[in-house]
Design a protein around this ligand. Structure first.
Ligand code: SF4
Length: 231
């Protein structure tokens, strides 16, 4: 059984926080079709971007549709979910969604119902083998990823990520929210493309209009400069 809540994979889904259709705890179950790091990102102008990795998101295909379930890093460490496992649990609908792209969070009663036989390493890309600990993602850093690639060829990759973004428009006073896609994978991955530079609006305290700055990829180099092309 899966919940009737489905995740919107379309580009138009990036926008204001979603309203959950129900506030009650639900049961979910189904086959895990993707495991990606769960994170939210703080932005200020085009040159400040901080990623907060908090756990993992499971994309679950059940009898009643698809659902995205947020779990903690500790839960992933204990249960060892892998792509293709059948899993089940309970969770609560996300309210507001300022920090979550998932449909459900506060997951509990987690179980692995079935683990298919696997060869040791299925290669890649996309990379769908053993999901590393969340600290590995923090150490690696990430680059902006074309949103079309994220929802197509990269969807099942353990290095792919979609995060909620908090933009500090008027510092300390006003924020905007949207979603963006990133890649924590090797810089040499042949599937990778950054996509368009990303607009980051802000207003300083001296004027009354919104300025537009761009994140054009320079931050990606800074955030991943600790590793080489094939790491
Ligand atoms: S571009 Fe990144 S997310 Fe996509 S397949 Fe390559 S490593 Fe995975």
């Amino acid at each position: 059984m899966a919940t009737a809540i489905s995740h919107d994979f379309t580009p138009g889904s990036v926008g204001s926080p979603r309203t959950a259709p129900s506030a009650g705890k639900v049961r979910w179950s189904g086959v895990i079709t993707a495991i990606q790091p769960r994170a939210w990102v703080w932005r200020y102008k085009g040159n400040y971007r901080t990623h907060h990795e908090t756990g993992f998101n499971l994309w679950v295909a059940g009898e009643d549709g698809k659902v995205v379930v947020a779990i903690s890093a500790l839960q992933q460490q204990k249960l060892g979910f892998r792509h293709g496992d059948t899993a089940a649990g309970t969770a609560w609908p996300v309210q507001g969604g300022k920090r979550e792209i998932a449909d459900l969070y506060r997951a509990g009663n987690l179980k692995v119902l079935n683990k298919p036989d696997r060869n040791a390493d299925r290669g890649g890309p996309p990379f769908i083998d053993l999901v590393p600990a969340i600290d590995i993602y923090k150490q690696r850093g990430c680059r902006m990823l074309n949103p079309t690639l994220w929802r197509t060829v990269c969807m099942s990759c353990m290095w792919a990520n979609k995060s909620r973004i908090e933009i500090e428009v008027v510092f300390g006073k006003s924020k905007r929210y949207r979603s963006e896609t990133f890649c924590y994978g090797p810089k040499s991955c042949p599937k990778y493309a950054m996509g368009e530079p990303r607009d980051v609006p802000y207003r300083d305290s001296w004027n009354d209009f919104i300025e537009h700055t761009e994140d054009n990829g320079d931050l990606d180099s800074c955030l991943t400069d600790g590793r080489g092309e094939d790491d």
